[in-house]
Design a protein around this ligand. Sequence first.
Ligand code: BDP
Length: 661
Amino acid sequence: MPLPVPALPEGVDPAWLPPAAFRAVGGRRTLIRGSGPLVETVHGEVAEACRRFGGRVVREARPDGATYDLVLGLGADDLGDEGFSCARADGTTTVTASGGRGLLYGLFHVVRLGEAAFTGGWARQTHRPALDLRMLDHWDNVAVHPVMGQVERGYAGGSLFWADGRARGDLERVRAYGRLLAACGINAVAVNNVNVHETEAHLLTDRIHEVAAIADVLRPYGVATHLSVSFAAPVVLGGLPTADPLDEAVRDWWGEATRRVYEAIPDFGGYVVKADSEGQPGPFAYGRSHAEGANMLAAALEPFGGTVHWRAFVYNHRQDWRDRTTDRARAAYDHFVPLDGEFAANAVLQVKHGPMDFQVREPVSPLIGAMPRTRLAVEVQATQEYTGQQRHVCWLGPMWSEVLRFRHEPEASVGERARGGLVAVSNAGDDPFWTGHPLAQANLYTFGRLAWRPDADPCEVLDEWIGLTFPEAPERLSDGLHAALDGSWRTYEKYTAPLGVGWMVQPGHHYGPSVDGYEYSPWGTYHFADRDGIGVDRSVASGTGYAGQYAKPWAELYESPDTCPDELLLFFHHVSYGHTLHSGKAVIQHIYDTHFEGVAEVEEARRVWAGLADLVEPGRHARVAERYEEQLRSAREWRDQINSYFFRKSGVPDERGRRIY
Ligand code: BDP
């Protein structure tokens, strides 16, 4: 039975799959070959498109040798479960895959191509994802948390999965979400917060049927379900006196709990674990290593083919800020590099892309280059915790692409080292536009496509998103959207904390400027600005030694302020305000200039958006326009606070004589 296309609740934005995106596919004669649940998904999609646009779809070729415009079929045996090939000859476009997921991805490929998929003739091309795991971590709480709300760091309403303290009864929207994810290549989702509070801990055991219900609706889109679990579960849920990973009773408890999980969800993906981090329990309490902790869970999952994603975000958040020798940036490497080679084959170490915490600019984590014998997943943050919280436009494609193309050593890029996959903290919620800011949908889509092909050109992905979301857009609209998004990350960087120093945000919620908000706190996130200079000395020669965690040539390049790239200068060095950047400007003048420029760029983007009012559906246009007002207000606030702060610290006037308060 073809699976019907999910019906969106009234008022929910279709995101990148509006009906018009299927126009080229819908008007054809299509043959679908093969069987299995995902083939039914493909059939349902094509049938719906035909219903709208007048084509026809059949499951068996007619004996009279009738021809078809499009043939989608299972058959090829060399493409893995997710790959597909396509070709066009004699008026027929053929998509072949060896697995159901591949066929679904092939269909969405044809949808993206539009008319081009049915024009001329072209030779067989094959497509396969570079990374097997392309996952979203939802930081969703089942129950609303008194401080963090329902979705921790969520800026798009409540959870898509959970409402009123339990899994939603109506999961049609979750099904629609799975469909959107499949269309950009995402194949896994963790459905609850990495900070596992007590209510959520029960999802693993007595509430697993709620997770199973979610898994059931995501499965037809090829999306596997994962669960964040508490390392203390044997104590909290099992009543055992310990969660020591080497204790036999603890190991048995996990074995049995995991067996039951697979009974409920046979294709369950695995566990995500945040241990010994920001107050979460972990193996340190028992004098055990993180490899011992991870391997215990890996052993429980192994018989069922599951994976444990063990997060490397481990650092001391209660450090003495008076001690300049401690450095949070060093923590992940110091904790995990000694464990390289000790993790089980189905344990993946999930590493944040930078050494700190999703700032607008950080160097690439040195850990990613230093664990050749460990399966690594790289984690990025689609939810814009530090990048404007979906009130600011900040398209992160170029940042992620820089990370993925970075080479610690010539042999392999980050995209190639991420053998355990690419993971993003999701930015979606039950908001009608999915992501709060309608243009933040571009981040979700871009993430999926970069996870499929880490060396893709992010600008091409952006245009793909524009084409798929606004399929009938006249050029003025596509150009306007492109202009608003492309470059928005650098704009955001310009008006916020300068030159890689990070963190000048309001503590707690992390929105808006607070020049010294974290400066005298135990979180380890300092800029060390005084009357003479600014920045953190992370050199080996005179600082914390962090620069030495990189292989050559990076260790040498970052070690000296003369060779360190401008955009990371204050991450690696404490320099005077008069220090000359490679750009030729003094640091202080760079700060003033970029802050004025950043605001001017937001004003320009707002103007461009206002000029598109006649081309964008009014609700969407209004939502974006309203957010531009807030972005501009906030950007001006950033500019004025940052510039005034550094003017007062340094006493150096702006050489262009602009007003600084
Ligand atoms: C930080 C967030 C915090 C998360 C933490 C994490 O502020 O809410 O719990 O990361 O990644 O960015 O675990």
